[in-house]
Design a protein around this ligand. Sequence first.
Ligand SMILES: [Zn+2]
Length: 230
Amino acid sequence: MRDFFNDLLELFYPSLCVTCGRKLVTQEKYICLHCLHDLPRTGFHKDPGNKVAQLFWGRVPVEMATSWLYFRKGSRYQRLIHFLKYKGLHELGDEMGRLFGVDLRSSPFAAVDVVVPVPLHWQRLRERGYNQSERIAAGMAASLSLPLSTGNLVREKFTSTQTRKNRFERWQNVEGIFQVLKPEEFTGRHLLVVDDVVTTGSTLEAAVVALQEAGAARVSIATLACAEVG
Ligand SMILES: [Zn+2]
């Protein structure tokens, strides 16, 4: 997504809205109030049978699952996810996580024990410089006043891209990629696994399996966005 708008945004960041490019005023941070108001929120945390929860039915036991935003290809909010992931704007992840957490405050998601971001493999972490899921999880943990666990769930295998693979191939690709270094830290706890975007759910499924094998009592899932399907 290289275009004139992006070049301009990088030049003037953080004084322009990452979504519409409008000049931000003092109380606005990364995103203007207009775009913030119009965010394509799913409201899934109020619906236990939502589409993201359904994604895991028959695959792995998940206590609750939610995504904050719809990720529509071609929408102006696609830019926001893009900047989160590829532009090294880790403060944007913190801020989006914080806002997501605010929306979850009066929901059962606020009652989990520990927030656990999906880790990156160390090689990818070195390439990117930071883990966007960890930034989102940190923002959520802060606004929900919950502990954040990093470095205990680790990614052991460097995986190839998931697109162009069928469901079985995708599972083969991610099976066993996660490990828990100190299982005792997760034993008997209700964990909230956090990722940036959920599409097929294969990576999250593998993370849930690893956490359950480590002795977690319950595992729930929260992602910043979900690909819109159907
Ligand atoms: Zn805007």
